[in-house]
Write a protein that binds this ligand. Structure first.
Ligand code: NCD
Length: 309
């Protein structure tokens, strides 16, 4: 693996290597890591980010590497420079680029000469989030033959859901997983996921509603919620959805479910998970944030071949 632009770049072997390396880094938690030389990682964020950006920076610090942080407000794009030229320039300074950009077709439009990690391209993909989600699933409920997952919220525009579904189809037990999708009519159908799911013969149910009771019958191992991705939707849809009832998971609802069910969210959240859930042992969304550090350390480790340093 030279770059991680999409989950499609991952083989089942490379997924296993990342999971094992991340587990090793997590077990080393409070001890210092081997210093691995002078490699520089360029962080180019053209879209807002808290977790992904700072988790990459933390991973870089813990690995003893250096980072160079691109600042869009101060760059030559303001003088009319093309995105390609800006990226090609930044690549001259770095050994690896981490990029987040609002354009879902970024990787078709821009050529990269250095290894690159996709930190989110529009509504398309977010492969490092999917890997940390998988790591959190394994860490919380173990490696099982079958996962039953309920995805709640914005299925259509959530790049984290798109990447996680693709990733789950790559692990050895893939045909046994069962998915439920719960969301408003306008957000539940995503042609990329639908055609992928149909091709892969995945067992799914779609609930075009805001009724959480559909979760209770399904008894999922995992509930994966997302916020409404308002920056990716047209104003009319935004206003239409505003007038509808929100899907909100609260602590009373969580307590009806099996104690083994986990509640995940890539964050940031809006109203879809009430803060009353935060201390519930089923809630693992801040554990996802912590695991993101170790998974990103592992991804950088593999792409920069740090074992050979
Ligand atoms: C997500 C993202 O940016 O896609 N967050 C993240 O990276 N942890 C989810 C979101 O923005 O809703």
């Amino acid at each position: 693996m030279n770059s991680l632009k999409s989950v499609n770049d991952l083989s089942s072997d490379s997924i296993a290597t990342i999971m094992n390396q991340a587990k090793l880094y997590k077990s080393l938690h409070n001890t210092s890591h081997k210093k691995v030389g002078n490699k520089i990682i360029g962080l180019m964020f053209f879209e807002a980010s808290t977790r992904t950006n700072y988790s990459f920076q933390t991973a870089i610090h813990k690995l003893g590497l250096k980072s160079l942080i691109y600042n869009d407000t101060n760059s030559s794009t303001k003088k009319g420079e093309s995105l390609q030229d800006t990226i090609s320039t930044f690549e001259c300074f770095c050994d690896l680029i981490v990029i987040r950009h609002p354009d879902k077709n970024l990787f078709e439009k821009v050529k990269f000469n250095k290894p690159v990690i996709n930190a989110g391209n529009g509504s398309d993909e977010h492969p490092t989030q999917a890997l940390l989600d998988l790591f959190t699933i394994y860490d919380s409920i173990g490696v099982k033959d079958q996962f039953k997952i309920t995805f709640v919220g914005d299925i259509k525009y959530s790049r984290t859901i798109h990447s996680l579904i693709k990733l789950l189809q790559k692990i050895p037990t893939r045909f046994l997983h069962k998915y439920n999708f719960i969301g408003h009519d306008e957000l539940i159908d995503c042609c990329e996921i639908n055609s992928f799911i149909d091709k892969s013969n995945i067992h799914t149910n779609r609930y075009h509603s805001s009724e959480l009771k559909n979760i209770i019958d399904f008894q999922p191992d995992i509930i994966y919620a997302t916020r409404f991705q308002k920056e990716r939707t047209e104003l009319k849809l935004h206003n239409d959805l505003h007038s509808k009832e929100d899907i909100i998971i609260d602590n009373d609802f969580l307590n009806i479910l099996s104690t083994k069910t986990i509640l995940m969210h890539p964050l940031p959240r809006n109203n879809e998970i009430d803060t009353s859930c935060d201390d519930n042992e089923r809630s693992v969304y801040f554990e996802q944030v912590k695991n993101g550090i170790y998974v990103r350390m592992a991804i950088i480790h593999i792409l920069l071949r740090l074992d050979d340093e």
